[in-house]
Design a protein around this ligand. Structure first.
Ligand code: SF4
Length: 249
């Protein structure tokens, strides 16, 4: 329970604390310079530029926090906030997390959780055919006689692995579902299908990289379970995927 709570708040907490520290440092330095020598013309310009950047950083972060509960309508604003999230705030949280010796996996999970909240608020009323369910090939049983290279419908649904549940979800909700054997194929599948929203299943690292790589697309991340170790006969919660599909359509 405690870990789940941490997974939710850690990322936004670290970003907020980073911004607070940067602001405190800025005002401390500006005040010290002013009291010691007064500010030269160049000093004034420099501090003004930094102040504007700081205001932009804080206001963009407030916008992103609001987007976890409210849909951002202007497309340009949506693209801007996604870019800021994966290219600026992600690194702020990562650096402060490193400094505070935070667990990398919990931080990644928190980032994914936070991003999921944004995707859930901003991707509603989507046509089911425009939802892409992206699955890792390690979900398939290793000795299955069929090699699912792309289309989940190839699975014969014997029930020996979770691929059968994924096929069932694809057919029941009429979403697109595909298996990606690597990052490049995943990117190609996304470009080819150009979905309105992606539900991606993978491990912490692959999902974090995937969400950041595909920042122009809303990616709802579902962590797989690895009872037999990484990348081997993994499992996934079908109810979590169904929950997301129901929210989107
Ligand atoms: S459920 Fe599908 S993919 Fe899994 S072992 Fe059976 S036929 Fe193969």
């Amino acid at each position: 329970m405690k870990e789940h709570y941490l997974a939710i708040i850690k990322f936004p907490m670290l970003v907020s604390v980073s911004l607070f520290l940067i602001a405190a440092l800025y005002f401390g330095m500006a005040l010290a310079s002013y009291h010691n020598l007064g500010l030269s013309a160049w000093g004034t310009i420099l501090y003004t530029v930094i102040f504007i950047v700081l205001v932009l950083l804080v206001s963009s972060w407030i916008l992103i926090l609001m987007s976890t509960h409210q849909k951002i309508k202007p497309r340009g604003m949506k693209i801007y906030s996604s870019w800021m999230l994966v290219n600026i705030y992600f690194y702020l949280a990562k650096w402060l997390g490193k400094l505070l010796l935070q667990n990398k996996l919990i931080l990644q999970e928190s980032f994914l959780h936070f991003n999921n909240e944004i995707v859930l608020s901003n991707s509603v009323g989507v046509h089911s055919q425009n939802i892409l369910l992206l699955l890792p090939h390690c979900l398939q049983k290793s000795d299955c006689r069929i090699r699912i290279t792309n289309n989940v419908v190839e699975c014969e649904a014997c029930g020996a692995c979770d691929m059968a549940k994924m096929k069932d979800i694809q057919l029941r909700y009429n979403v697109k579902a595909a298996v990606a054997t690597g990052g490049s194929l995943a990117r190609k599948l996304i470009v080819d299908t150009n979905p309105d929203v992606i539900i991606a299943v993978a491990c912490h690292r692959d999902l974090t990289d995937g969400v950041r790589d595909s920042w122009r697309y809303p990616v709802y991340a579902v962590l797989n379970e690895r009872p037999k170790g990484p990348c081997f006969e993994t499992t996934v919660s079908a109810s979590t995927i169904e929950f997301a599909i129901k929210k989107f359509i």
